[in-house]
Ligand binder design. Structure first.
Ligand SMILES: Nc1ncnc2c1ncn2[C@@H]1O[C@H](COP(=O)(O)OP(=O)(O)OP(=O)(O)O)[C@@H](O)[C@H]1O
Ligand SMILES: [Mg+2]
Length: 328
């Protein structure tokens, strides 16, 4: 199983668009996907047309131990794709978590407890636009991070802070993350766009993904409908780009490199980063228990798309203070 956080503390850079459409195309390629909506704004939840009224329990209830992750998962919102939805109540969870033991590892514990038949090839985590405890939970649960970067005046400014945060996890929590930069909302007619793309490639070098997501209004329209682009307009540029991104991600090896301070690559101690997920046998992979939550939400009408656990605890002094990292 690969767990990928879609993270950038900058707002509006395409995190949710990437989480939804990467998940949908990974599922189309036959992968079993869980999309965790870790943003209290709930845009990934809405992006699959899951309305607040349909959510009896969400991630807030998981973090506050009133539900397990399995309890809240909406099954088959799209073929092969399950969603762990959220509501705005999740915004209160950071305060709740701040007094909790191993507060940065709670999501990881919940993921480790997923049992058959909740088995996934990929878990994609849509992060909120700030560096708080929710994001630390996402990072501690992940082995890879995709950082969407859109061409805007401030888009490169927060990147150093973001990379510092990832280094902090490496130094203080011995948690290794493979970082991948994803240029988004790219407009090749714009000099500014081309300049930012060059800055991304210069900074990240071979940690920049080869796929570039072009600006495409169909992606915006699809989000408004509550459909992935693969359903809304599968012949659009947006669909082509996210299909290519899914292929690129599938074709990658499991993470073998990490970001380092010097901008160079160094090999990860894979054992240190190996999540302790329990393998289950083929016989255990029944469908029992999955039926109740099954939803088929994404149903375009004809023609509408034509136009378009327990981890070893660290000594107290080794723990980083994630509250100190908060930044709006
Ligand atoms: N490639 C694209 N082309 C055109 N519009 C896009 C593209 N990617 C994203 N958008 C639009 O830009 C807006 C912001 O995108 P999105 O919600 O994915 O960003 P975000 O990083 O998740 O934002 P937030 O930080 O608020 O969570 C949305 O209206 C979305 O439809
Ligand atoms: Mg978002």
């Amino acid at each position: 199983m690969r767990i990928i956080s879609i993270m950038n503390q900058k707002g509006g850079c395409g995190k949710t668009t990437t989480a939804i459409n990467l998940s949908a195309f990974l599922a189309e390629f036959g992968k079993k996907i869980l999309l965790i909506d870790l943003d209290p704004q709930g845009h990934s939840t809405a992006g699959f047309n899951i309305k607040e009224g349909m959510i009896e329990q969400g991630l807030f209830d998981v973090f506050t131990k009133q539900a397990s992750l399995e309890d809240i998962i909406k099954l088959q919102v799209y073929k092969g794709l399950d969603v762990a939805p959220t509501t705005v109540r999740l915004s209160a969870v950071e305060q709740y978590l701040s007094g909790t033991f191993e507060r940065e590892r709670q999501l990881r514990y919940h993921i480790e407890r997923l049992k058959s038949p909740f088995e996934y090839d990929f878990i994609i985590i849509d992060c909120p636009p700030h560096l708080g405890l929710l994001v630390f939970n996402a990072l501690m649960a992940s082995s890879e991070v995709i950082v969407p970067i859109e061409p805007s005046s401030f888009s490169m400014q927060g990147i150093d802070k973001l990379l510092e945060t990832i280094d902090l996890l490496k130094e203080n929590a011995h948690h290794f993350l493979k970082v991948m930069a994803l240029p988004t909302v790219y407009n090749h007619h714009s000099h500014f766009s081309r300049d930012i793309l060059k800055q991304i490639f210069d900074k990240f070098q071979d940690l920049a993904l080869k796929t570039v997501i072009r600006q495409n209004v169909k992606l915006k329209e699809a989000a408004q409908k509550g459909w992935p682009i693969s359903v809304y307009d599968r012949n659009s540029f947006g669909a082509e780009d996210y299909r290519n991104l899914a292929l690129e991600v599938i074709q990658q090896d499991e993470p073998a490199f990490i970001w380092s301070d010097q901008g160079s690559k160094e090999e990860v101690n894979e054992e240190a980063n190996e999540p302790s997920f329990v393998e289950t046998s083929a016989q255990e992979k029944g469908e029992e228990g999955r039926v109740e939550n099954i939803m088929v939400v994404v149903q375009p009408s004809q023609g509408e798309n034509e136009t378009a656990g327990q981890t070893e605890s660290l000594p107290e002094e080794k723990k980083f203070d994630s509250n100190a990292q908060e930044q709006s």
